[in-house]
Design a protein around this ligand. Structure first.
Ligand SMILES: [Zn+2]
Length: 145
């Protein structure tokens, strides 16, 4: 995991915005999170995902949204909707933009055990074709690390 010499999650760069904060977001091609969360992600073993890893998977789901919608639409539509939800929603995790990111990640990471304990998903948001593309990492989701 550390072989590339810079912090990353599944090939996406990590930027530390705090030591121990709870805020995370994905913008400008990078996951922004805390040093603490990244540390607990690295500490986990591969057989069981840590809570930190499951939360980073959600952020990676926003990366998948950018791949799906493109940079321009991601910045114009997803970023504002997600930021608005983070700031003003009483149910951030169940807002459409967040459910969509989590559901994309759920399939991309092969429907991991425990995922739904940390991230709410809605299977009805994705077409069967999109689910298969994510699950088997086909086409635009064949992401190089
Ligand atoms: Zn999010």
């Amino acid at each position: 995991m550390l072989s590339k010499g810079y912090p990353q999650f599944e090939g996406v760069p990590i930027r530390f915005i705090s030591y121990n904060g709870s805020h995370n977001f994905y913008i400008n091609g990078a996951i922004h999170t805390s040093l603490y969360k990244y540390y607990y992600h690295l500490k986990g073993n591969n057989s069981t995902n840590t809570r930190a890893t499951l939360l980073l998977m959600h952020e990676f789901g926003h990366h998948l949204q950018r791949v799906l919608f493109g940079e321009s639409r991601y910045n114009k539509e997803i970023v504002p909707a997600s930021a608005y939800s983070q700031l003003f929603s009483s149910n951030h995790d169940t807002d459409l933009v967040e459910l969509h990111a989590s559901t994309m990640a759920y399939y991309y990471f092969g429907m991991p055990q425990g995922f739904e304990k940390e991230n709410q998903i809605d299977r009805s948001l994705l077409s069967d074709e999109l689910k298969m593309m994510l699950l088997y990492r086909i086409g635009i989701f064949n992401l190089k690390k």
